[in-house]
Design a binder for this molecule. Structure first.
Ligand code: ZN
Length: 134
Protein backbone atom coordinates (compact mmCIF):
# COMPACT_ATOMS: atom_id res chain seq x y z
CA UNK A 1 0.00 0.00 0.00
CA UNK A 2 1.15 3.47 -0.74
CA UNK A 3 -0.42 6.50 0.92
CA UNK A 4 -3.81 7.33 2.35
CA UNK A 5 -5.76 8.17 -0.80
CA UNK A 6 -8.63 9.82 1.05
CA UNK A 7 -10.76 9.73 4.17
CA UNK A 8 -14.51 9.22 3.70
CA UNK A 9 -17.01 11.00 5.94
CA UNK A 10 -20.69 10.04 6.01
CA UNK A 11 -23.01 13.05 6.07
CA UNK A 12 -26.76 13.51 6.09
CA UNK A 13 -26.79 16.45 3.70
CA UNK A 14 -24.10 16.99 1.13
CA UNK A 15 -25.28 20.56 0.54
CA UNK A 16 -25.03 21.48 4.21
CA UNK A 17 -21.72 19.65 4.65
CA UNK A 18 -20.19 21.14 1.50
CA UNK A 19 -20.87 24.52 3.04
CA UNK A 20 -19.50 23.48 6.43
CA UNK A 21 -16.32 21.89 5.08
CA UNK A 22 -15.74 24.81 2.69
CA UNK A 23 -15.62 27.03 5.76
CA UNK A 24 -13.37 24.58 7.58
CA UNK A 25 -10.85 24.25 4.74
CA UNK A 26 -11.40 27.79 3.43
CA UNK A 27 -11.95 26.49 -0.11
CA UNK A 28 -14.77 24.87 -2.03
CA UNK A 29 -15.03 21.21 -3.03
CA UNK A 30 -13.50 20.49 -6.43
CA UNK A 31 -15.86 17.85 -7.66
CA UNK A 32 -19.12 16.04 -7.03
CA UNK A 33 -19.97 12.63 -8.32
CA UNK A 34 -22.82 10.17 -7.87
CA UNK A 35 -22.00 6.47 -7.81
CA UNK A 36 -25.42 4.97 -8.40
CA UNK A 37 -24.25 1.36 -7.88
CA UNK A 38 -23.11 2.30 -4.35
CA UNK A 39 -26.09 4.51 -3.54
CA UNK A 40 -23.87 7.50 -2.82
CA UNK A 41 -23.44 11.06 -3.86
CA UNK A 42 -19.93 12.26 -3.10
CA UNK A 43 -17.98 15.47 -3.02
CA UNK A 44 -14.23 15.89 -2.76
CA UNK A 45 -12.02 18.45 -1.09
CA UNK A 46 -8.26 18.78 -1.41
CA UNK A 47 -6.35 19.81 1.69
CA UNK A 48 -2.70 20.07 0.78
CA UNK A 49 -1.81 16.62 -0.53
CA UNK A 50 -4.78 15.02 1.21
CA UNK A 51 -8.29 14.34 0.02
CA UNK A 52 -11.52 14.25 1.96
CA UNK A 53 -14.59 12.57 0.49
CA UNK A 54 -18.03 13.44 1.81
CA UNK A 55 -20.71 10.82 1.21
CA UNK A 56 -24.46 11.25 1.24
CA UNK A 57 -26.92 8.38 0.70
CA UNK A 58 -29.00 8.53 -2.47
CA UNK A 59 -31.66 6.19 -1.05
CA UNK A 60 -32.62 4.66 2.29
CA UNK A 61 -31.02 1.27 1.61
CA UNK A 62 -27.67 2.82 0.75
CA UNK A 63 -24.76 1.63 2.93
CA UNK A 64 -24.31 5.28 3.95
CA UNK A 65 -27.93 5.55 5.12
CA UNK A 66 -27.46 2.38 7.17
CA UNK A 67 -24.17 3.63 8.62
CA UNK A 68 -25.71 6.94 9.71
CA UNK A 69 -28.77 5.20 11.17
CA UNK A 70 -26.48 3.01 13.26
CA UNK A 71 -23.59 5.29 14.17
CA UNK A 72 -24.55 8.80 13.14
CA UNK A 73 -22.54 11.07 10.89
CA UNK A 74 -18.77 10.76 10.99
CA UNK A 75 -15.69 9.06 9.61
CA UNK A 76 -16.88 6.18 7.45
CA UNK A 77 -13.75 4.75 5.84
CA UNK A 78 -10.07 5.19 5.12
CA UNK A 79 -8.90 4.64 1.57
CA UNK A 80 -5.40 3.54 0.64
CA UNK A 81 -3.80 3.88 -2.74
CA UNK A 82 -2.44 0.62 -4.17
CA UNK A 83 -0.55 -0.13 -7.38
CA UNK A 84 -2.21 -3.45 -8.15
CA UNK A 85 -5.59 -3.89 -6.50
CA UNK A 86 -6.02 -7.46 -7.77
CA UNK A 87 -2.84 -8.71 -6.13
CA UNK A 88 -3.52 -6.72 -2.93
CA UNK A 89 -6.96 -8.36 -2.65
CA UNK A 90 -5.35 -11.80 -2.92
CA UNK A 91 -2.56 -10.88 -0.48
CA UNK A 92 -4.99 -9.52 2.13
CA UNK A 93 -7.30 -12.52 1.80
CA UNK A 94 -4.35 -14.79 2.53
CA UNK A 95 -3.55 -12.64 5.57
CA UNK A 96 -7.05 -13.30 6.89
CA UNK A 97 -8.80 -10.03 6.09
CA UNK A 98 -12.41 -10.23 5.00
CA UNK A 99 -12.48 -8.78 1.51
CA UNK A 100 -15.94 -7.52 0.58
CA UNK A 101 -15.23 -7.17 -3.16
CA UNK A 102 -13.14 -9.97 -4.61
CA UNK A 103 -13.58 -8.26 -7.95
CA UNK A 104 -12.78 -4.55 -7.75
CA UNK A 105 -15.52 -2.21 -8.87
CA UNK A 106 -15.74 1.26 -10.33
CA UNK A 107 -15.64 3.86 -7.55
CA UNK A 108 -15.78 7.64 -7.53
CA UNK A 109 -12.95 9.79 -8.87
CA UNK A 110 -11.75 7.40 -11.58
CA UNK A 111 -10.75 4.56 -9.28
CA UNK A 112 -11.08 0.83 -9.09
CA UNK A 113 -12.03 0.08 -5.49
CA UNK A 114 -12.51 -2.82 -3.09
CA UNK A 115 -13.47 -2.79 0.58
CA UNK A 116 -12.32 -4.80 3.60
CA UNK A 117 -14.91 -5.62 6.25
CA UNK A 118 -14.37 -3.49 9.38
CA UNK A 119 -14.71 -6.60 11.56
CA UNK A 120 -11.40 -7.86 10.23
CA UNK A 121 -9.59 -4.52 10.68
CA UNK A 122 -10.32 -3.26 14.20
CA UNK A 123 -13.60 -1.64 13.28
CA UNK A 124 -12.18 0.43 10.42
CA UNK A 125 -13.73 0.09 6.98
CA UNK A 126 -10.76 0.03 4.60
CA UNK A 127 -11.03 0.92 0.93
CA UNK A 128 -8.34 -0.05 -1.54
CA UNK A 129 -8.08 2.30 -4.53
CA UNK A 130 -6.25 1.94 -7.76
CA UNK A 131 -6.25 4.80 -10.21
CA UNK A 132 -7.72 3.85 -13.56
CA UNK A 133 -5.21 4.83 -16.21
CA UNK A 134 -6.68 5.87 -19.52
ZN1 ZN B 1 -13.83 6.40 -0.52
Amino acid sequence: MNKIEHIGIAVKSLDASNELFSKLFNKPHYKMETVESEGVKTSFFKVGENKIELLEATHKDSPIAKFIAKKGEGIHHMAFDVDDIWSEIQRLKKEGFKVLNETPKQGADNKLVAFLHPKSSNGVLIELCQEIKE
